[in-house]
Design a protein around this ligand. Structure first.
Ligand SMILES: Cc1cc2nc3c(=O)[nH]c(=O)nc-3n(C[C@H](O)[C@H](O)[C@H](O)COP(=O)(O)OP(=O)(O)OC[C@H]3O[C@@H](n4cnc5c(N)ncnc54)[C@H](O)[C@@H]3O)c2cc1C
Length: 383
């Protein structure tokens, strides 16, 4: 049965029940712990807890043991999680879209039966490794080399380095994008419990600090080939970018709500901040931009659910929502004044966390490039 979730995309009654569980989880567990996690890392059992309420396996069909939900519900879950802890939202977004999406669509039946069920239960932790020290926005520059292992069909040795990999320090299995020859790249499943995998020091970041952002080296690391092209391997970025847009939206919503409350309580010059026109302008701009970002995320998710190409829609949603999130959190600090710069208020954390959304899964400049290319192609097709 379909029901309209006011202010959000169309979701089923079952999905709404799932989203209220996510909301309860955020209110009772995530939000009270977000500061503590930031000083250390996400707790060891976090993915098992997420799995229990269906947050792992949102992109995995029920027949494969998953908790499949529409892209609209998946984005909404990432949005709600970001209101509690953006680092958790980022991990759940990436694991579902990029890692589980890959295991569902691009693995052999043998690979799927080995890895998918424990991954959905949160027992097998996952990461997705594309970025390298010399291959960031220009992903086709990947240098990690995959060489077939003689006498072991389907198995390759990987040699190279990866950088900025979310959850890489905890992952049991990493999906690695590597070069098979001068022209072609493909994807491989690499278990981390092996001598060829050497984890480097955790990379400290200014935001999403609870996430274990990692770097590692592979020296003849054994990996299992998932037969796919580079384009297929990165095709999951469509749904991934929509989820990062939803994460940005959740951050902006939270910062805005805290700010409106604060502006209503705080008085200077014998009146509330929210009665001063300059503050009202900031509140109005944030409200309007958040609404526009929400509509872009909903539109992209609904297009995905209808099976349409979301290349342009996902980039537009991510570009606008991430820049909105940065503007809104910046205004949030401004309206909180000096207190906004202290650890007493969550807005400073949200401001730091928001930055990731303009960089991860393709920086804003790349999103603009993708959008412009699509526009020109659409024009050429019509002409
Ligand atoms: C916390 C965090 C988590 C991450 N998680 C993962 C992960 O799980 N897996 C993974 O594979 N990667 C991950 N990344 C990497 C992320 O996707 C890259 O940082 C991002 O794609 C940008 O690449 P880069 O950092 O090498 O920047 P560069 O590619 O060096 O770009 C630097 C800047 O140059 C500009 N620029 C680059 N290219 C262009 C262009 N064509 N036109 C105009 N301007 C341009 C942009 O301003 C850009 O921000 C993560 C990064 C962070 C910070």
């Amino acid at each position: 049965m379909i029901a309209t979730n006011p202010g959000h995309a169309t979701t089923t009654i079952d999905e709404q029940a799932f989203l209220s569980k996510v909301q309860d989880f955020v209110t009772s567990y995530v939000l009270p712990n977000t500061r503590e996690w930031e000083n250390d890392r996400l707790p060891d059992d976090i993915f098992k807890r997420c799995s229990e309420i269906g947050l792992l396996g949102m992109t995995v069909p029920v027949v494969d043991g998953g908790h499949w939900v529409s892209c609209s519900a998946y984005c909404d879950a990432c949005r709600i999680l970001a209101q509690g802890d953006p680092a958790l939202s980022m991990n759940i977004a990436a694991i579902n879209a990029l890692c589980l999406g890959h295991l569902v669509k691009l693995t052999t039946p043998e690979q799927k039966s080995k890895y998918l069920a424990p991954a959905v239960r949160g027992e097998l932790e996952l990461a997705w490794g594309l970025t390298e020290p010399d291959a960031g926005s220009d992903a086709r520059r990947v240098q990690t080399k995959a060489t077939p292992i003689a006498g072991r069909p389907g198995y390759f040795h990987l040699n190279g380095q990866k950088m900025f990999i979310t959850n890489g320090g905890r992952a049991d299995l990493i999906i690695i994008i590597a070069r098979v020859d001068e022209k072609n790249l493909s994807a491989f499943l690499m278990e981390t419990d092996q001598p060829g995998f050497r984890l480097g020091p955790r990379i400290p970041t200014i935001g999403v600090k609870a996430s274990w952002t990692s770097q590692f080296e592979m020296t003849d690391a054994v990996a299992w080939h998932t037969p796919c092209t580079f384009e297929e391997a990165i095709s999951f970025l469509g749904r991934g970018r929509l989820a990062i847009a939803a994460m940005a939206l959740g951050i902006a919503e939270k910062a805005h709500a805290l700010t409106v409350d604060y502006a209503t309580r705080r008085e200077q010059f014998n009146r509330r901040l929210c009665d001063m026109q300059s503050v009202q302008n900031m509140i109005a701009d944030s409200e309007t931009e958040i609404e526009a970002a929400r509509l872009l995320v909903q539109k992209g998710a609904a297009m995905f659910d209808r099976g349409e190409d979301v290349t342009k829609a996902a980039s537009m949603a991510k570009l606008f929502a991430s820049e909105t999130s940065n503007r809104v959190t910046n205004r949030a600090i401004q309206i909180h004044g000096g207190r906004g710069m202290t650890f007493e208020h969550l807005v400073e954390k949200l401001w730091r966390d928001a930055k990731l959304t303009e960089i991860g899964e393709g920086c804003s400049e790349i999103q603009r490039m993708v959008i412009a290319k699509q526009v020109v192609n659409e024009r050429a097709t019509k002409a």
